[in-house]
Design a binder for this molecule. Structure first.
Ligand SMILES: [Fe+2]
Length: 151
């Protein structure tokens, strides 16, 4: 698997994780968070579909869910009940990881795909580092640049 396929595998896991978070949120802010997580999942589903199809055109076979689970086993979330803030923190980390993996895959793809990846990174950074960070009340002191952390 190359860096692009690795990024696709992570997005597949992220989709499943967003579903788990969407279904298992409890407590204050339920309506807001349930709806927002659904919206992120829908946006990322559309981006993932686009990236998989463009990848196939480049000769990158679509990774299966089994391959994705094997590669990102420790990222698969258990179906625990979670508060709004706990769920939002997890979404924020997922968005940062996804954006980091997208950056890492840019060098191997043509310019048009790089542009698409940058568009999605922009979306992920806006939702994660601005909206989610603001919702969690922790925007102060955060560097504007993305740091990818793969642990
Ligand atoms: Fe739903």
């Amino acid at each position: 698997m190359n860096e692009y396929q690795k990024m696709l595998m992570y997005l597949k896991i992220m989709m499943c994780n967003l579903a788990i978070l969407h279904h298992n949120i409890v407590g204050d802010g339920w309506f807001e968070a349930h709806g927002e997580i659904d919206r992120w999942q829908g946006d990322i589903a559309d981006y993932l579909d686009d990236l998989i199809e463009r990848g196939i055109a480049l000769g990158y076979q679509e990774p299966t869910i089994s391959e994705a689970v094997l590669a990102f086993q420790t990222d698969v979330l258990p179906a625990d009940k979670r508060s709004r803030n706990e769920s939002y923190k997890i979404v924020m980390e997922c968005m940062r990881s996804a954006a980091g993996l997208m950056q890492a895959s840019e060098p191997i793809v043509p310019a048009d795909v790089q542009n698409k990846l940058q568009e999605i990174e922009y979306y992920l950074n806006k939702e994660g580092n601005y909206k989610l960070a603001a919702a969690l009340g922790g925007m102060k002191g955060r560097k504007p640049e993305m740091d990818y952390d793969d642990d």
